[in-house]
Design a protein around this ligand. Structure first.
Ligand code: HEM
Length: 440
């Protein structure tokens, strides 16, 4: 991340207005973190950081974080049968089964390998009845969960997160980490070597309500994983994508979806996200199963569909309201980020009314596309460019320079009118071997 050198007046970087400029300007320290960290985080993550990628021409426009896509899968979420009444709350109290679309991602920037990046998962359930918390999607039938492969966050509150981000973008990350050893330690622990996006557990990290008087964190635990084609190739910068695609081509994956209840207000705080909720003190309880059936993640349209979805923990029933200052900050930042990238990409803003069917028609795969876009052209092997010619016997020595000047008309053809082949000159030595070339 680069250091800013723009000068800016306080008025142009107010904490209430959104100062969108092209190229986007980094808000000056302290980035509103002291007075309004929620606006500060939105300005840092969306207006500045996401905007920078877009202004550089990134196409399609992406999320600012968790933008590395491992894969998008369709699935089913089944509420646990025989759930005790005390656990029948919200999503777990209405349907037995929901369709789901799942996005697996990593929090790494382009050019950075998967290895040791944080792995994330977004789960969107369809057909959930009842008003939702996020405006303007209150009438949507979707309900989202977002989890990552570590159980605590590296900042306690929105203010801490804002200050960390502000300092980092101002090239003072090391200074911040020296002064905040807990953040430094958790960031280090988050650098895990994940074998597969289907074999790692995930945690919501932040708490949510569970009905009127209880609070939970969510956990996803692998239950059944299809085999890999090969051991993970950690040298492949995109090995988690390769693994995920290969495994789901072989069979179904299943995860246990669990809730961990807050059983002690002091030991399990609601707005101190670096504090681990002990699984010994309060073991997570299974409330459902997420199943991803055998499928081809490369199927036409599947990745694009998931990339254009907007996962937001506030796409939720009030019974599952996210709590804490970090949750409040996410509401604005995620909504703004999704709106921004969808507007730039020309994608409608609304939540989908229906899930994309997993197949074109029952038993019929989506028709394959024909790729006609040339993304790269190269001459191979790279030995130079020369006219091949079609003269049976004659050639000329053609220097790859402007001086000497070209020979008079007729010189380049033999007596039959065929083009002489061009031999190349290497230093002072001419070679009469016909040059291999794409040009003629
Ligand atoms: C204040 C704290 C946070 C901020 C400002 C923030 C910001 C963002 C933003 C802007 C996006 C992209 C949204 C979109 O364009 O759709 C995003 C995605 C994501 N975030 Fe956060 N985030 C925060 C905390 C967390 C936490 C605690 C987790 C842990 C579970 C998390 C996990 C993810 C994941 C997995 C995604 C990708 C979701 C998807 O697949 O679309 N974030 N975050």
């Amino acid at each position: 991340m680069s250091s800013p050198n723009e000068s800016s007046s306080p008025a142009s970087h107010g904490c209430t207005a959104t100062p969108i400029t092209l190229p986007p300007r980094l808000p000056p320290s302290p980035c509103c973190c002291d007075s309004d960290p929620i606006t500060g985080l939105k300005q840092l993550f969306v207006d500045y950081f996401q905007g920078k990628g877009m202004a550089a021409g990134r196409d399609p426009a992406t999320r600012p974080v968790f933008l590395r896509l491992h894969g998008v899968a369709h699935g089913r979420f089944t509420v646990a049968p025989n759930l005790p009444d005390v656990h029948k709350v919200g999503v777990f109290a209405q349907a037995r089964e929901y369709s789901a679309w799942v996005r697996f991602s990593a929090d790494v920037q382009p050019g950075v390998p998967d290895l040791k990046g944080t792995t994330g998962i977004g789960i969107k359930l369809f057909g959930v009845a009842g008003p939702k918390l996020l405006e303007p999607d209150q009438d949507a039938s979707t309900h989202d969960f977002i989890l990552q492969n570590h159980d605590v966050f590296f900042a306690d509150t929105a203010k801490d997160m804002c200050e960390f981000t502000c300092q980092s973008l101002h090239d003072k990350r090391d200074e911040y980490l020296n002064e905040h050893p807990v953040t430094a330690q958790i960031l280090k622990e988050m650098e895990k070597r994940v074998e597969s996006a289907l074999t790692t557990p995930y945690w919501s990290v932040l708490p949510s309500r569970f009905g009127d008087a209880r609070f939970v964190k969510y956990k996803l635990e692998p239950l059944e994983t299809p085999p890999a084609d090969a051991p993970p190739n950690f040298d492949d910068p995109f090995y988690l994508r390769a693994d995920l695609h290969a495994r789901l081509r072989r069979g179904a994956a299943r995860f246990r979806f669990m809730v961990q209840f807050q059983t002690d207000e002091r030991e399990m705080p609601l707005d101190a996200a670096t504090v681990r909720w002990s699984e010994q003190a309060s073991p997570p309880v299974e409330v459902g199963i997420l199943e991803l059936p055998l499928q081809d993640l490369d199927a036409r349209g599947q990745s694009a569909y998931g990339e254009n979805l907007a996962y937001n923990t506030w796409h939720a029933l009030a019974a599952h309201m996210p709590v804490g200052s970090l949750a409040d900050a996410r509401k604005d930042a995620y909504r703004a980020s999704a709106g921004n990238r969808r507007n730039v990409n020309g994608v409608p803003l609304a939540e989908p009314a229906e899930p994309r069917p997993p197949q074109y028609a029952p038993g019929v795969d989506y028709p394959a596309a024909v790729d006609t876009r040339i993304v790269r052209a190269a001459i191979h092997p790279a030995i130079g460019i020369a006219r091949v010619g079609n003269s049976a016997t004659e050639y000329y020595v053609g220097p790859q320079v402007l001086d000497p000047s070209p020979m008079p008309p007729g010189f380049y053809r033999d007596a039959t009118g065929a083009l002489k082949r061009e031999a190349r000159s290497s230093g002072s030595t001419a070679t009469t071997r016909p040059a291999t070339s794409c040009a003629s």
